[in-house]
Design a protein around this ligand. Structure first.
Ligand code: F6R
Length: 597
């Protein structure tokens, strides 16, 4: 959560560059934003600070010329959404500008001590204590080129909680950074260097990146970057520099009104690419799964739903038991993990803290680790023994769409690879890609818009499915509620009569996922029971049924059904949001990458 971008170099438009970088990172948080830069030529050096509430994507602003700047787009934790609480935060003397992602858990006692020593606070944030603590520390650390980073490390050692911090110093003309938990990436340029929360914002400037590990600090100067062990303050020599091959951000909406629409339509291309290129990875993953005595899929949100679909696919296709847990719960269940276990993390960003904690806990117990991950070089990518890249390209909409179906495609191919049938898995993914493309272009997507118009004022919506369609129902409901704010719930079709059916009344929309598989007849019975109580039944199915009040026909692609069935609810969610006047790319209260507990 929270986007970070910093620049030290010779370009005089550093603040504009930071603004552009933050716009790319807006999905990390969009409550408010701010940029601080060193005013060129001022004696003594002064800071120019611009802070605003609202979304940075819409910001048009005139910024001063400067060669040193840092900025932040915020997802609020401590302190409301106000200009004063927006980052950067300054010390009393206004020499330093601090941006921060994470939580300083002991901020209250630190603030108390700082106030007693005469510091004046301008915000309610936990972050501001860092600015004042570094200010104090600078009075005791000897002057010199490393003064700022040594002061920051001394402060960092006193902070409880997980944080990524950047501090701009107007006097020594540099940025110091330190991290524990939340991600920070350093970009190596020529006579200029960068700092960001995500690699995606740096790729247009440089592909030579160093990922700061937990407990490390960095000093970013215009001619070099130095790394340190934050616990000892000692320099770390020869930092690893990655040459990232990941596709650069396509800023262009390619004719779409927003990224959600664009990314939904990218799915056929992403799936075809996976079918073409990912078979060796799927085979390697299948081999790891086959050799492990117990296997666990872990993910959060949409990624957790993909993991749960995987649990069914491996059981049905490969006869292999795989257990599943959401990232935030795995830590309470991991006591049986041992060196023969395999834990597979699923994540678009590769930075979700609950997932990373789960993976690290499993690693401490000696388990092997694998991942399905979209962002090359992310923390998850670097942590595991076998990362499978989803290759979906940057996902800018806060909602997971193409990264979700990409995970399903890899799982489907890996499940078939368990019995040497990866080719069949590939064919299923290709057939699904063709059907999704047809669905999006042959008028059926318009049916979802018509449905959205019909139900847009309803308060509740339910989705049911059985077998792998059960987690697909959970995913469909999540898409609808997070983007349109309509209350939607997914249920296992068989569970309705155990209580849920009490929720149904006249006209309640209920989406039924009914692939042509062994769940078909039972899910139709569930739909009948809902219809008998007044429910309005929308069937997403290759098969006709009298129970459908509205039939959304989809082709029968066999075991690729989950790939196909993911898309109509995405399109419905999109139109519900649009009809309700909402921005589908940035739903309220959310951030794309959840790096705080
Ligand atoms: C839903 C959504 C979230 C993410 C979840 C995990 O549309 O985007 O539920 O799926 O926060 O994020 P990653 O996949 O980055 O670990």
């Amino acid at each position: 959560m929270c986007g970070i971008f910093g620049y030290v170099g010779t370009r005089s438009d550093a603040p504009q560059m930071v603004l552009a970088g933050l716009k790319k990172l807006e999905y990390r948080g969009y409550d408010s934003w701010g940029i601080a830069s060193r005013e060129n030529g001022q004696r003594p050096a002064a800071l120019a600070v611009e802070k605003h509430i609202g979304k940075i994507g819409q910001a048009e602003t005139v910024l001063i010329d400067s060669t040193l700047a840092i900025g932040h787009t915020r997802w609020a934790t401590h302190g409301g959404v106000t200009d004063a609480n927006a980052h950067p935060h300054l010390d009393c003397e206004e020499r330093l500008a601090v941006i921060h992602n994470g939580i300083v858990e002991n901020h209250e006692s630190l603030r108390h001590g700082l106030k007693a020593r005469g510091h004046t606070f301008r915000s309610e944030t936990d972050t501001e204590v860092i600015a004042h603590l570094v200010e104090d520390e600078l009075t005791v650390v000897p002057e010199g080129s490393e003064q700022l980073v040594q002061a920051l490390m001394a402060v960092f050692r006193r902070l409880d909680g997980l944080s990524a911090i950047g501090v701009l110093d107007t006097r020594t003309r540099c940025i110091a950074a330190a991290k524990n938990g939340s991600p920070l990436v350093l970009g190596w340029g020529n006579g200029e260097n960068f700092l960001a929360s995500d690699s995606s914002a740096l790729l247009e400037h440089t592909r030579r990146l160093t990922f700061l590990e937990d407990g490390q600090a960095a000093l970013v100067l215009d001619d070099t970057i130095k790394l340190y062990d934050a616990a000892t303050g000692e320099p770390l020599l020869d930092p690893k520099v990655w040459d990232i091959t990941w596709a650069d951000e396509v800023a262009d909406l390619e004719g779409h009104p927003d990224f959600m629409s664009k990314e939904i339509h990218e799915q056929p291309r992403v799936l075809r690419k996976l079918a073409e290129q990912c078979a060796p990875d799927a085979v390697a993953l299948a081999r790891m799964i086959a050799h492990a005595s117990n296997v666990h899929f872990v993910g959060c949100g949409s990624a957790s739903h993909a993991g749960k679909v995987g649990e069914y696919l491996f059981s049905r296709i490969a006869g292999k038991q795989v257990s599943f847990a959401v990232g935030s719960e795995f830590g309470y269940l991991e006591h049986f993990i041992d060196p023969k276990s395999l834990v597979v993390g699923l994540s678009q960003s590769g930075e979700t803290i609950d997932l990373l904690d789960s993976m690290k806990a499993a690693q401490r117990r000696g388990a092997k680790l694998a991942a399905l991950v979209n962002v090359e070089g992310s923390s998850l990518y670097r942590l595991v023994d076998h990362p499978v890249l989803l290759g979906a390209g940057p996902e800018r909409c806060v909602l997971a769409t193409k990264s979700f179906t990409a995970k399903l495609a890899v799982l489907l191919m890996a499940a078939h690879a368990m019995h040497g049938r990866v080719e069949h898995g590939r064919e299923l993914v290709e057939r699904a890609a063709d059907e999704i493309q047809a669905f999006l272009t042959d008028g059926r997507a318009e049916m979802m818009r018509t449905l959205a118009e019909k139900i847009v004022d309803r308060e509740h919506l339910y989705v049911i499915g059985r077998g792998p369609s059960y987690p697909m129902a959970l995913e469909a409901a999540l898409k609808i509620k997070e983007v349109s704010y309509m209350h939607a719930e997914g249920f296992a079709g068989g569970e309705l009569k155990h209580g849920v059916i009490a929720l149904i009344d006249e006209g309640t929309p209920c989406i039924v996922l009914a692939p042509n598989d062994d769940s078909f007849h039972a899910i139709i019975s569930g739909a009948q029971e809902i219809k008998a109580r007044g429910g309005f039944i929308v069937g997403i199915s290759p098969r006709q049924s009298d129970v459908w009040d509205l039939h959304i026909p989809v082709a029968d692609v066999g075991e690729g059904a989950e790939l196909v069935n993911a898309v109509p609810p995405q399109v419905l969610a999109y139109h519900l949001a649009r009809l309700r006047g909402l921005d589908p790319d940035k739903p309220r209260n959310l951030a794309k990458s959840v790096t705080v507990k």
